[in-house]
Write a protein that binds this ligand. Structure first.
Ligand code: CP
Length: 359
């Protein structure tokens, strides 16, 4: 049953566990806001993946692109990115353009009136005056949730999509990761029953946290977290997996985790979160890099993923191996984000109808 964000105080909403916020984030069975990975259930993940594939196929032709561009040509999206981004920003821009939306952007608050002391609340309310959708990335955990609550209590309650907030949530990255796994395991019975190995800076990687949570929607998926002690996954994630009855393993030994993996999800050291600049350089991460020598250890039908940007945790000579799917993974971001936006604005049925008739 859906509940309205306007019916609850911020303090009450803020105290609710992410998994229990879902009823406040739907309206007419569609996402009212996209704030957490936990708000998606299995049915929605299957539906979004199928829709992304339909968008992908429709976009292959000029007439298909014309159809897609007409869907939301009456809508405008604001991209409010106060933290650096390449893929998330550009794939959202591309997704909006595919659907015909026009876009505005603030990528540096030094160029907006926040520089003059305007509050974030007033900035976002201002965006809602001109745009129909706000896509935002921030270094502040929970900011997207706060802004969604603020807007839901105004006469312009436009949807907010969280494009990465703090160290905690990156829900649309998790959606594209799930879509990549769906595609990778299409001929192998899907994601159910697979073993996913996360490697690197798991303590501060919001993509890992969000994906670990979404993987609990699948049956018998085993999760393995491989990192040096200082960068190991948080106890809260392990508690969440335990509560969900998910089999997991915590390890410091990368090489021995490779042979049993169906997917290896590499991550970089997130040193932008260092309490003291350069702290991370004291941690030896040299054993947590995927090199060309590791390819022989990997199953023939396993995949190597990475949310990117990367540094040295996957060597470039791994890129040509067909199991390295990270370039496809980032392109999947454009398709799943287009599917998500189309769903928010109730254009998904039109896409399904077009696909049935033409593809
Ligand atoms: N994966 C990801 O969020 O990349 P960007 O920081 O480049 O958007």
């Amino acid at each position: 049953m859906s509940r309205r964000l306007s019916e609850i105080s911020w303090d009450e909403f803020n105290k609710i566990a992410p998994a229990d916020k879902a009823p406040y984030l739907v309206e007419n069975e569609r996402p009212a806001h996209v704030l957490t990975a936990q708000q998606f259930n299995r049915e929605q993940l299957d539906m979004l993946g199928a829709l992304a594939t339909q968008v992908r196929f429709i976009a292959k032709t000029k007439t298909g692109m014309k159809f897609l561009r007409d869907l939301l040509s009456h809508k405008r999206a604001m991209l409010y990115f106060s933290q650096p981004s390449t893929r998330t920003f550009l794939s959202f821009c591309s997704a909006c353009e595919i659907l015909g939306m026009s876009i505005g952007e603030v990528r540096d608050t030094a160029t907006s009136s926040e520089f003059k002391g305007e509050s974030r609340e007033d900035s976002v309310r201002t965006f809602s005056s001109y745009f129909d959708l706000i896509i935002m990335r921030s270094e502040i955990g929970g900011l997207a949730e706060r802004m969604a609550w603020v807007l839901s209590n105004t006469d312009r309650p436009v949807p907010i999509i969280n494009a990465g907030s703090g160290k905690d949530q990156h829900p649309t990255q998790a959606l594209l990761d799930i879509y990549t796994l769906q595609r990778s395991f299409e001929q192998r019975g899907g994601i159910d029953g697979k073993k996913i190995v996360f490697v690197g800076d798991l303590a501060r990687g919001r993509t890992v946290r969000s994906l670990a949570s979404l993987l609990t929607r699948y049956n018998d998926v085993e999760q393995c977290f491989v990192a040096p002690k200082q960068l190991q996954i948080g106890e809260d994630v392990l508690a969440m997996l335990k509560a969900a009855g998910v089999k997991y393993e915590v390890s410091e030994d990368f090489e021995s985790s490779i042979p049993s993996a169906d997917a290896i999800y590499m991550t970089r050291v997130q040193d932008e979160w260092d309490v003291k600049k350069g702290d991370s350089t004291k941690i030896d991460t040299s054993k947590y890099c995927f090199t060309v020598g590791h390819l022989v250890l990997l199953k023939k039908d396993a995949v190597i993923m990475h949310p990117f940007p990367r540094r040295n945790e996957i060597s470039h000579d791994v890129d040509d191996d067909p199991r390295a799917v990270y370039w496809r993974q980032m392109r999947n971001g454009m398709w799943i984000r287009a599917a998500l936006i189309a769903t928010i604005f109730a254009s998904d049925d039109k896409i399904r109808h077009y696909s049935r008739k033409n593809i």
